[in-house]
Design a binder for this molecule. Structure first.
Ligand code: HGY
Ligand code: MN
Ligand code: MN
Length: 417
């Protein structure tokens, strides 16, 4: 039951470039941290575009936006196409954005062709997927799926002590709908791969079968501020030296447990003065692996590294696991919809597990979910130079359209039985 509906590649590309202006950076990336004025601007723009297509836009209590196009049978929960419009501080034009704007292109195509689906079709913009400003990542899809209570999200603070709730209310996106009350029949998320595999193998489509497990830790190391001139080496309690030992140890854990990965990404050194021996360091650790047992081993080795390295430098520390997202497998029936869709357009494809986290990892807890990847240049992402081509964006959007219609057809057959 595949149609001949074709997305408009030019319009999709123009829309991607147009919205990159909301938080655009000189280096050609996007800095659109969640719940900032730039996030508000792109949300307002997105809502207007969806309403112009006749979609109803609802917002839930943590700012998740749901733009719904009615179908023949509106008693069915919508088939959703979701991703995120927030970015990293030095993000690119495509991470998250491609998924939401390709979904908008699908909606525009259905609308202009006056194509009636059986189930309602929906675009979802998930709040704070990145977790860069308000950790952890995937915070609002986590509230939607019952992983976190809304109050937990509301209390999260950025590094300036501002709360998620303050900002959500300030930009006017604290919606009336209780997160999770809104049901979904299915969700597809289109995303750039953010890794090198598809490009290296000249594959256009990644048929994503799951997402690897992820854990985040916050570690505070304490020593003693002291004078860099008058304090002999043997009398120092240098927290930054301790941090250096831990940064090395974390990298060694990642090297040892490949394909797992391990990273120290954020570090704050205090007082960060050139003639003071640093007395306190705050740093974050990001551990990931497709296998939960391997993640347990990596976590154990992190704990031992802390216990071994820091007391030896007369430093104290506290470590706090702030987030854990278990490895996820996606819905086989939706994966098949993606395969069918990619084959219809003759795109070379391959199965893969996502290295990056995505809202789909949480949505899979409450509805059949899967993802579609397209390549990005050099596998580079979370970088202002992140790039992909109009053809790759169009291929992803076309597969998204055809996968959603294949899913609609499958659900119709199920409900007709
Ligand atoms: O951290 C992640 O994998 C995602 O980009 N938020
Ligand atoms: Mn993303
Ligand atoms: Mn990201």
């Amino acid at each position: 039951m595949l149609t001949n509906l074709q997305i408009n590649s030019r319009r999709l590309w123009d829309t991607l470039m147009e919205t990159a202006a909301f938080g655009g950076t000189e280096k050609g990336g996007i800095r659109r941290l969640t719940l900032t004025d730039d996030d508000k601007r792109v949300r307002d723009w997105f809502q207007a575009q969806c309403e112009a297509l006749g979609c109803h836009v609802a917002v839930d209590e943590v700012g998740n936006m749901f733009a719904t196009r009615r179908g023949r049978n509106n008693s069915l929960p919508p088939i959703a196409m979701g991703s995120h419009l927030d970015t990293q501080p030095t993000g690119g034009k495509f991470d998250g954005v491609l998924g939401v704007l390709a979904a908008l292109e699908v909606m525009r195509t259905l609308h202009e062709q006056d194509y009636e689906t059986n189930a309602p079709i929906e675009i979802v913009n998930w709040t704070n997927e990145e977790g860069s400003r308000f950790p952890p990542a995937m915070l609002a899809s986590g509230v939607f799926t019952g992983v976190f209570p809304a109050e937990y999200a509301y209390e999260r603070t950025d590094r300036d002590g501002i709360t998620f709730l303050q900002e959500l209310e300030r930009i006017g996106y604290r919606g009336p709908m209780k997160a999770g009350d809104h049901k979904l029949s299915a969700m597809f998320e289109l995303h750039i791969e953010q890794g090198p595999i598809l490009e290296a193998e000249s594959k256009m489509i990644g048929v994503v079968t799951g997402v690897q497990g992820m854990r985040w830790y916050e570690i505070t190391i304490k020593g003693q501020d002291a004078h860099t001139g008058a304090t002999p080496m043997y009398l120092r309690k240098n927290a930054l030296l301790g941090a250096a030992r831990i940064i090395e140890a974390v990298d060694a854990i990642g090297q040892k447990h490949q394909p797992g990965v391990a990273t120290v990404g954020l570090i704050e050194n205090k007082p960060n003065s050139r003639n003071v021996v640093p007395g306190e360091v705050f740093l974050t650790v990001d551990l990931r692996h497709p296998d939960e047992n391997a993640l347990d081993a990596m976590e154990e080795e992190l704990r031992s590294a802390l216990a071994r390295a820091l007391p030896a430098l007369e430093l104290t520390y506290d470590d706090n696991k702030i987030w854990s997202s278990a490895a996820v497998k996606f819905a086989p029936e939706l994966i098949d919809c993606v395969r069918t869709a990619a084959a219809k357009s003759g795109f070379a494809m391959r199965d893969m597990v996502s290295g990056a986290g995505h809202d789909a990892a949480y949505v899979a807890r409450v509805a059949p979910t899967t993802m579609i990847f397209v390549p990005c240049e050099g596998g580079l992402s979370h970088n202002e130079a992140e790039a992909t081509s109009p053809d790759e964006c169009a291929a992803g959007a076309q597969v998204l359209l055809d996968a959603v219609l294949a899913c609609d057809h499958m659900l119709t057959a199920e409900t007709v039985r």
